[in-house]
Structure formats: C-alpha cells, structure tokens
Design a protein around this ligand. Structure first.
Ligand code: ATP
Ligand code: MG
Length: 259
C-alpha cells in the first residue's frame, strides 16, 4: 500500500517562521563557499525537503541549525531569537532540536534497548515515564526482535530505525533528518514515511529532511528546496518543483517523475 499524505501546508497565515536562516554563508577554505547568502524560512509544523547533489551542503545546513557548525556570515533565528552564537546544548534544550545524523548516531557496543536507555537517562528524568517512552518507541519502530542485539550487529535498516527512534526520545519540536531513507527496503521506507507524516499531523513537529530517494522524500514533504552551486536554485511544493526548470537542470534531470 502506498503512502498518502492527506494535506500539504504550503502557506501559513499570520505566523512568524519557526526557523529563519538569514544571509547565511559558509566556507571551510578561503575563496570556496559551500553556502552563499542562503535565506530560508521554515514554519512550525511544516515538513521541508532538502534536496541537492552530493556535496551541495545539505548536512552542513543541518549542522548550522544544531550549532555543530558556525556560519561564516549571517544569522540563524529560532522563534525570532538570534541563536547564531548559542552552543549546541542551549539550542537543543531551549528549542528541543533533535538531529538524526546521516551516519552513526548510536553506541555500537550497546544493544538496541541499551542505546535507548542510555539516551533516555539523560533526557527523561522520571523512571516510569522513561520506560514507557522506550517501550513505545520499540513498538513503533518494530525493534522488539532485536532489542538485545548490539547495534554494530544490526542490519542497515534496523540501525536506521534505532537512530530515528533515539532522536525522538526527547520529544523534539524540531527534527532534522539526514538521509533517513537511504538504502532501505520499500516496506521500511513506507513505515518511516508513515511515521514522518504522523509526527507532523499528530505532534505538529517541524521536520527538515534530506534524501537522495527524491520520490520517497517528496511524498512526505509540504515543500522542498534544491541546493546546488552554493545557492537555493529552486523551491516549492513537490508538484511545483516538477515544473521548475532549475530543479530539472540542477538535480532531477529531464525524465524524473514524482508520481
Ligand atoms: N567540517 C568540514 N571541514 C571541511 N569541509 C567540510 C566540512 N564539512 C563539510 N565539508 C565540505 O562541505 C561540502 C558540503 O558537504 P555536506 O556534507 O554538507 O554535503 P551534502 O549536501 O550533505 O552531501 P551528501 O549528499 O553527499 O551527503 C563538501 O564539499 C564537504 O567536503
Ligand atoms: Mg549529507
């Protein structure tokens, strides 16, 4: 059964953006800009897709939002507050930001269950509540059969399910998902798509998500943007992007179809 997103939030009236990137530039070496004067507004409760060729700067953009990277120029605002100089822990705590990283994100030598317990102990003080939350996530991500298996021995799909479940332990308000659908089988992709749609519709989570599984990504997005040559070269709803000349030129190619 294919995944159906019942609505797309494309315009939000009278609301200030939850996250704003203003004139953001990023470079690691002199004369080589990874991001060049990026302006982006993300509204509360939106699912925004971030597409772009390898090395375009998608993970870097997420790291700028978490605070793992500092911009060379420009400012980042959350709820109208300039957070550019805030360290990672302040941003995480104050704005409940959670990152599900492209690679890793778990303790290799701990079992799936102990990974959840280790992070849960930091994020959820109440013992009973913590236990409940962990069991809820084990059930939601169908991890029960592998709960005692060390993370390093899990298959790629289970590793991904584990890291995504860990990223939800602290009940984030803002979730950054870096290639959550990469190299997964079709049923696991559908399971994750359904979870993403539910996180938005039931918990009003704001989600920024990257992936090269463009079709699978667009299914869950309200809007998506394409990052290429250090700039946002196209943005819009999935249907709008299909008609966008720059989207085809810089990312999709000529024969790509969304549906
Ligand atoms: N800490 C760093 N130091 C130096 N260069 C970096 C650093 N982080 C990223 N880069 C460079 O910045 C560019 C953008 O990297 P980034 O990982 O953000 O791309 P991406 O769009 O996520 O690519 P992919 O689709 O392959 O994951 C790359 O050229 C990368 O080598
Ligand atoms: Mg990346």
């Amino acid at each position: 059964m294919s995944v159906i997103k019942k609505f797309r939030i494309t315009k939000i009236k009278n609301s200030k953006p939850l996250i704003s990137l203003k004139k953001i530039s990023l470079s690691f070496q002199k004369n080589h800009l990874i991001l060049d004067n990026i302006n982006l507004d993300i509204s509360k409760g939106q699912v925004i897709g971030l597409l772009g060729p390898n090395g375009a700067g998608k993970s870097s953009m997420m790291n700028l939002i978490t605070g793992a990277l500092k911009p060379s120029f420009g400012n980042i605002f959350i709820k109208n507050e300039d957070i550019t100089q805030y360290p990672i822990y302040t941003r995480t705590k104050k704005f409940r930001i959670s990152l599900c990283p492209q690679i890793g994100g778990y303790f290799a030598d701990l079992s799936a269950e102990d990974n959840l317990k280790a992070v849960g102990e930091i994020l959820i003080k109440d013992k009973k509540l913590r236990k409940l939350k962990i069991e809820e996530l084990i059930s939601k991500f169908e991890l029960d059969a592998v709960r005692k298996v060390e993370a390093k021995h899990l298959s790629g799909g289970f590793k991904r399910r584990l890291t995504i479940s860990m990223s939800l332990l602290g009940e984030p308000e803002i979730l950054l998902m870096d290639e959550p659908l990469a190299a997964l089988d079709p049923q696991t992709i559908q399971m994750l798509q359904n979870i993403i749609i539910k996180l938005q519709s039931e918990y009003n989570l704001t989600i920024l998500i990257t992936d090269h599984q463009a079709r699978d990504l667009l299914v869950v997005c309200d809007k998506a943007l394409i990052l290429a040559n250090s700039k946002i070269v196209a943005e819009g709803t999935p249907n709008e992007l299909m008609k966008n000349v720059n989207a085809a030129k810089y990312y999709f190619g000529e024969n790509f179809k969304f549906k």
